[in-house]
Design a protein around this ligand. Structure first.
Ligand code: NDP
Ligand code: NHF
Length: 332
């Protein structure tokens, strides 16, 4: 049984705790919040004994083996390193950190301390994503790919009203490519690895983050177009086109349905049954890595490529975060 703590008390943390318990491999033993009252409110729904308002105390504590981090993006890198350096396994929400330098530092820290660091990119562990990977040869020579995730943010009105929500604040390393865009970027990295080239455009808000954008990844014989937005909804699925047919994926982040359409033929539904809580599968993956102490797992390769691409995309589109200057100041 993996004894774990949570950082961040929003709805996504409840969903992960439910998934972890559903897997039968975890026990929630501690809750961290900046406020004791909030920690208690969260803990009321679970049989948890330990509440923390100090991250250092939690990291040093012997009541946990692992931590799930669901704080704002800018805190992922530093918080991951804190727990890894105290030999706690870390499952950290996407994106793993603000930029490539932070991701590489976290990976090095995990290796140095021989504990597991895992980015909670739930898509990669889904039965339907694995079915998609296995079905790729069906389309023959891949020619064109569109990966699409555009979803109007429920917090956008708060941004327009001048409330400066974390979601659209560069201080928290946020915006479209870091949030929604992460799924299409990481899916491309998981399916095809590092592209030959990347070309990105985006529309920035006055806060400095991107509201939406388009990315072109070139893989030689085929190219992948990524569409991402937090200020508009898309009604079209993602598609992988090959010379022998197409694979159509509904809601790529959750791979709700995967269909193969042979050229000139009838659609074939390739979808597998999936649990309603799609975080179950990443919880199972992380538990297996911890049980086997697989420190150098393949997911880190995808995390590194994804972060390298996101860092380059932000360079091309002019999205800058305070976290990008931290390493430079420290070494100046
Ligand atoms: N996998 C998925 O499907 C999803 C993943 N996510 C990811 O989860 C993470 C959290 O997202 P979201 O809940 O929207 O983020 P929020 O900005 O709402 O913050 C999450 C938690 O962090 C703490 N927090 C909030 N503001 C601050 C601050 N200024 N300083 C320190 N801590 C703060 C709060 O916990 P407390 O008050 O208890 O300290 C809060 O519950 C993100 O990285 C996001 O990408 C989000 C949604 C879905
Ligand atoms: O990862 C995510 C998935 O979807 C959410 C909205 O529904 C996002 O805000 C979030 O960051």
């Amino acid at each position: 049984m993996i004894r774990f703590a949570v950082i961040g008390t929003n709805w996504i943390t409840r969903q992960f705790v439910d998934a972890a318990h559903e897997s039968g491999k975890y026990k929630l033993t501690a809750v961290y919040s900046r406020s004791l009252e909030q920690a208690q409110t969260f803990a009321n729904d679970y049989p948890v004994e330990h509440l923390f308002t100090s991250l250092d105390e939690l990291a040093k504590s012997d009541v946990i083996d692992a931590v799930y981090i669901a704080s704002p993006n800018s805190l992922h890198g530093p918080q991951s390193q804190l727990f890894l350096s105290h030999k706690k396994h870390v499952i950290c929400e996407k994106p793993l950190a603000s930029n490539l330098a932070e991701v590489e530092a976290a990976i090095a820290c995990a290796r140095a301390n021989q504990v597991v660091l895992f980015e909670a990119f739930k898509t990669a562990s889904l039965p339907n994503f694995i079915a998609l990977q296995q079905a790729l040869p069906k389309v023959g020579k891949i020619r064109k790919v569109l990966l699409n995730y555009c979803q109007y943010s429920s917090r956008y009105q708060r941004y327009l009203d001048g409330e400066n929500p974390n979601t659209f604040n560069p201080a928290f390393s946020n915006g479209s490519i870091m949030d929604i865009g992460f799924y299409v970027l990481a899916s491309a990295a998981a399916l095809w690895g590092e592209p030959h080239s990347v070309h990105a455009t985006a529309s920035l808000l006055d806060s400095g983050v991107d509201a939406h954008g388009t990315v072109q990844l070139n893989y030689g014989d085929f190219d992948v177009t990524l569409m991402h937005s937090k200020v508009s909804d898309s009604t079209i699925p993602s598609e992988i086109q090959g010379e022998a047919g197409s694979l159509v994926i509904e809601k790529i982040s959750e791979c709700q349905r995967v269909t193969f359409i042979p050229r000139g033929g009838k659609p074939q539904d390739l979808s597998q049954p999936q649990h309603i809580n799609t975080m179950l599968y990443e919880a199972e993956t992380f538990a297996r890595l911890v049980e086997e102490n697989e420190v150098n797992h393949a997911g880190l390769v995808t995390s590194r490529i994804t972060s390298a691409l996101a860092t380059e995309i932000r360079r091309q589109t002019g999205v800058k975060f305070p976290a990008d200057n931290v390493g430079q100041q420290a070494t100046a």
